[in-house]
Write a protein of this length. Structure first.
Lengths: 368, 356, 320
């Protein structure tokens, strides 16, 4: 095993020899990834009892997730309700504590960090959230909202300095710096999201996690915010984790994509490979379910995935997807398929991955 | 295309709300029609008037400050002229509506069966036992497993997709001729959305129902709708059959929508081209063409003249409200479709720059 | 659900024990004077004081006294003995309980019916003159002190001293069992006074709650189904809006049962509140202690009832 850095705040990040086997879905060797997640687990206990609460089960929100995020890349996490993508994001930013597993950020193990050490790490990773209407404090001016990170981390002491820094940020995200003293309710949804972005970028973090940043916005505004995020990433050299349920948005924004189902990653790989030749039947089902803005292409009958997502408190045995999978066989309920390279560019956790014919059936809806 | 009379014909509908802040022109003179067994898709964003228009069809916007004019002809009867009692006989009976968020659209404190039976009871005289049977039958019809047991569950005990199915069951209780679906799948996961859209299509075939589907998702209308109307700032700016609209959209707003959404099929490097600005206030609308402040191809006099819906040459069923002439529009769309940015397309089409 | 109920009941028992312990501390441990002397109140007779000392077991340890005390309350419902009235506290309280219960429950019915009705009407006609007038009147009644209102009502309508001589005056209360008609008429004015301010508060609450509920999506669905507006308002709107009101109702009744002092005094109704007042005047500790326990008991029971009722009223709550 490799040496680990000590967990003193402010110390140089320790030597980490990259001798472990290549982690899932990432290029061999090379530079240390910015984020490394291994076997991350988050179970929310379900308790019952009259006087004493006994634990009778758990909601297995995240159930063994491993991936890397290389510096400068955008990783997309996509999945439907209850797949655990938002929980994973919160585990990485330590808004939640992991039940098991490890989160490494910039070479350090941050899974159990507390106190000042954690606060120091928080400067380097920021998050933007889904609902622009509830994620901004309505009683604060946007100037003070964007300045808050400076205040919390005691940077840019002088009042004038701080205001200048905030106004610079506002311009960077496309807001009028003169609106410094306005309140959130005076802005539209898209503008509020920009405020959220400005606040997240105030401390020039290394990692930005965007949790469904455009889902609550009108279509014509979504593109504005997505373009802003892309521009910011390029300008500031950000690494991004982008979470969404909209496959088209993920495809557009992300270099690599991980598909999640019931707390596990079922397929992960570069965007082109995942969208061009998906191997996991769930990925195929997601792709085939997306309505295409082209009547000519979509009028064929395509297989729809039936049933509902099982409860994460009681997930199916072995392969989580076997209860709904059109290709499931007996093996699938007995042996849990590991995430493996399937030879077409992505890694998938499946005993019977999609064949080229099956992929073509989904692909018959797309052109070029 | 059908020679038969349309089931629903909306003529020059205008809905204004008189509020403390001014007059909100929610719907500003729209005309459309729907035939039995066909689906009309109304596309628009917030503030386009799409929801107000459909709620007005059912008379759900009648209130103190509302001024409604125009005609809504349903099988020949003008719904706007009906009394409240007559309209109630139509709602949930001949015309039914389903809404966006099934969790908040079902009463949380009553069982699903109760709410279904209520819908039946309101329009039919049936015994309790028969009504309950029908409720179970309806739940089965929309694909809810074990309906005899689930009929006694509360809405929060259903998953999102099942709740929407239950809403659809409730809407279909009295076999309506027209179903209005206001963003029925926006709050749902993509695989559930596919199931619900399939369900609606199947039910439409079985019941020969007309459907009006309101959404902002161009993919959904492409799949579901036979005809499409694009709404902006309370007006219809373009209307055509789905094939014609996607093959050759004519209005800059439609182009903007098409260019600003990421797709599964286009090049991944292609830039998303957002529509600049924000949707306009419905109290103080822009002068002239309401879209001109956000239109990259607007000319100076577009701020003065208000365009009307006019047929597109060679496509008599395709109408657009735009002041640019047809050849210019064709040229612009050709450029945009090839991947050029709006300003490049503008230059290539030989048009002067933006209106100052 | 059963688990939920059992849990609430167990909590209630725990609370009762806690409250009893606290009363013990307040009434026996804290007072620096000789407890026996205190118990005797105004009757500073050495023989009585000696008897008290014996009864209270004051020579035994505090813990033993506590144990005797708790055993007394929970096993025998023995709240002590009032030397002033020469009667057990329990019998005195039981004697006075029906009057208070009549007053409070009757008042509750009046305030619930009036408050909810006015609230619904105001909500449905919100913004109109009717709405503003009723909310204004509500404000007046909320501001009026109970005793003042009681006196005004007596001066206007009491058959002995009033201007209009309609209702029986103060002191005319008789138990239900002896003369139902007289029981009823004697309580009309007290019910009005008890209900007045609370009805006003409930009207405002119901109005606000209903206005908010009527903006919910499921109301829109109900209308889209073609239901009559009346059904939409009552079955769908009020059903949701009423939940918070019913929980407050339970608490209000519970609290009032222990403290309807002012109205009982003004109208001379022999209830627990009056008992308490007189006992304080005579420094009759045992009674005061007993009424404190009874009042706490009512509040705890009300809390439990409300919690359980809420689970019935809102099925979403049951899964906690």
């Amino acid at each position: 095993m490799s040496a680990r850095a000590g967990e003193q705040p402010g110390s140089a990040f320790g030597e980490e020899s990259v001798t472990v086997a290549a982690p899932p879905g990432s290029p061999q060797g090379g530079v240390e990834p910015l984020v490394r997640v291994r076997d991350l687990v988050k179970h929310f206990p379900i308790t019952r009892g009259i006087v004493v609460q006994r634990r009778i089960g758990a909601v297995k929100a995240v159930d063994g997730v491993s991936f890397d995020v290389q510096r400068g890349e955008t990783l997309g996490l996509v999945g439907e309700t209850g797949c655990g993508k938002s929980t994973t994001a919160r585990l990485i930013t330590r808004l939640l504590d992991a039940t098991a597993g490890e989160v490494r950020f910039d070479g350090r193990d941050i899974t159990r960090l507390k106190g000042p050490a954690l606060k120091a790490v928080r400067r380097e990773m920021q998050m933007i959230f889904q609902d622009p209407y509830s994620s901004l404090n309505p009683r604060k001016t946007i100037g003070s909202i964007i300045a808050e990170p400076f205040a919390i981390h005691r940077l840019e002491r002088g009042k004038g300095e701080r205001k200048r820094a905030v106004q610079e940020l506002m311009e960077m995200v496309g807001l009028n710096p003169e609106h410094y003293n306005r309140y959130p309710h005076e802005f539209s949804g898209g503008q509020r999201q920009r405020i959220g972005v400005a606040r997240a970028l105030a401390l020039k973090p290394k990692l930005l996690i965007a949790d469904e940043p455009v889902s609550a916005l009108d279509v014509s505004i979504q593109a504005q915010v997505l373009n802003l995020l892309r521009d910011m990433q390029r300008e500031l050299g950000l690494t991004m984790i982008f979470i969404a349920h909209d496959l088209s948005v993920i495809r557009h924004m992300c270099d690599r994509v991980g598909v999640m189902y019931l707390g596990r990653i079922v397929e992960i790989g570069p965007g082109d490979a995942l969208y061009g030749s998906p191997r996991h039947p769930y990925t195929g089902a997601l792709l085939s379910a997306v309505p295409v803005a082209d009547p000519a292409a979509s009028r064929g009958k395509r297989p729809t995935l039936g049933g509902d997502v099982p409860s994460p408190a009681n997930p199916p045995s072995a392969c989580r997807f076997h209860t709904r999978c059109p290709k499931a066989q007996e093996l699938c309920s007995i042996e849990d398929p590991p995430l493996q390279d399937k030879g077409t560019g992505t890694e998938a956790a499946c005993h019977f991955p999609l064949t080229p014919e099956e992929i073509a059936q989904i692909g018959v809806r797309s052109r070029g | 295309m059908s020679a038969a009379e349309p089931l629903l014909r909306v003529e020059d509908l205008r809905v204004e709300f008189h509020t403390e802040d001014g007059v909100v022109h929610a719907v500003d003179g729209i005309t459309y029609q729907v035939h039995r067994g066909r689906t009309l898709g109304i596309v628009g964003e917030s503030g386009s008037g799409k929801t107000v228009a459909s709620m007005t069809t059912l008379g759900l916007t009648r209130s103190q400050g509302a001024r409604i004019s125009g005609r809504i002809l349903f099988e020949g009867r003008d719904l706007l002229a009906l009394s409240e009692a007559e309209l109630r006989a139509v709602r949930g009976n001949e015309i039914a509506m389903i809404f966006q968020d099934p969790l908040s659209s079902l009463h949380p404190l009553y069982r699903v069966g109760f709410q279904l039976i209520e819908a039946i009871d309101a329009h039919r005289q049936v015994s309790k036992a028969k009504a309950r049977e029908r409720a179970i039958e309806l739940l089965g019809l929309v694909g809810i497993p074990d309906p005899a047991r689930r009929v006694d569950d509360y809405p929060h005990e259903f998953s999102g997709g099942m709740r929407q199915r239950a809403m659809i069951a409730m809407a279909l209780a009295n076999e309506p001729k027209l179903l209005i679906a206001d963003e029925p799948t926006t709050a749902l996961d993509v695989t559930v959305q596919a199931q619900i859209l399939d369900l609606l299509e199947r039910l439409q075939r079985e019941l020969d129902m007309a459907i009006v589907i309101i959404t902002h998702d161009l993919g959904v209308v492409a799949e579901m709708a036979d005809d499409i109307a694009v709404m902006y700032a309370g007006r219809i700016v373009e209307t055509a059959s789905a094939e014609l609209l996607f093959a050759g959209p004519e209005h800059p707003y439609t182009w903007g929508l098409l260019k600003s959404i990421p797709t599964l099929t286009g090049s991944r490097d292609e830039q998303l081209v957002p529509i600049p600005g924000t949707p306009p206030s419905l109290i103080n609308r822009p002068s002239g063409c309401h879209f001109h402040p956000r239109c990259p191809y607007a000319q100076p006099d577009h701020a003065r003249i208000d365009p009307q819906l006019e047929p597109v040459p060679a496509e008599p069923t395709h109408h657009v409200a735009c002041l640019l002439d047809a050849p210019t529009r064709r040229a612009l769309w050709g450029e945009l479709r090839a991947g050029r940015m709006p300003d490049e397309a503008l230059a290539a089409a030989g048009l002067p720059g933006e209106a100052s | 659900m059963t688990r939920y109920i059992i849990r609430r009941l167990l909590w209630g028992v725990l609370l009762l024990i806690l409250v009893s312990a606290l009363t013990f501390i307040f009434f026996r441990v804290f007072p620096t004077a000789d407890p026996a002397t205190l118990r005797a109140g105004r009757l500073q007779n050495p023989k009585i004081i000696a008897a008290i000392r014996h009864d209270l077991g004051l020579d035994k340890s505090l813990l033993t006294q506590f144990w005797i005390y708790m055993k007394g309350i929970f096993l025998h419902l023995d709240f002590g003995f009032s030397y002033y009235s020469s009667a057990s506290v329990k019998s005195l309280i039981l004697n006075r309980l029906p009057a208070t219960v009549s007053l409070v429950l009757g008042g509750a019915v009046v305030w619930l019916v009036t408050g909810v009705t006015i609230g619904i009407i105001s909500a449905v006609r919100s913004g109109t003159l009717l709405d503003r007038a009723s909310m204004g009147t509500a404000l007046v009644f909320v501001s009026a002190p109970e005793y003042w209102l009681g006196l005004i009502v007596l001066y206007l309508f009491a058959s002995d001293i009033g201007v209009f001589k309609i209702f029986p005056g103060a002191g005319s209360y008789v138990p239900l069992t002896s003369d139902p008609a007289k029981w009823f008429t004697s309580l009309i004015m007290p019910w009005f006074v008890v209900a007045a301010s609370t009805a006003a508060i409930y009207a405002r609450l119901v109005r606000g709650s209903l206005i908010e509920t009527m903006g919910e999506d499921y109301i829109r669905t109900a209308r889209a189904k073609g239901l009559t507006e009346r059904r939409v308002i009552l079955r769908h709107g009020v059903r949701s809006a009423i939940n918070p009101i019913l929980t407050i109702l339970g608490l209000d009744i519970g609290i009032l049962l222990g403290s309807a002092l002012l109205v009982e005094t003004v109208f001379n109704i022999p209830g627990i509140g009056r008992l308490n007042y007189d006992a304080i005047q005579h420094s009759d500790f045992p009674i005061v202690q007993g009424t404190v326990l009874i009042a706490a008991f009512f509040v705890i029971v009300a809390n439990i009832v409300v919690d359980i009722a809420y689970a019935y009223l809102d099925p979403r709550v049951r899964y906690s």
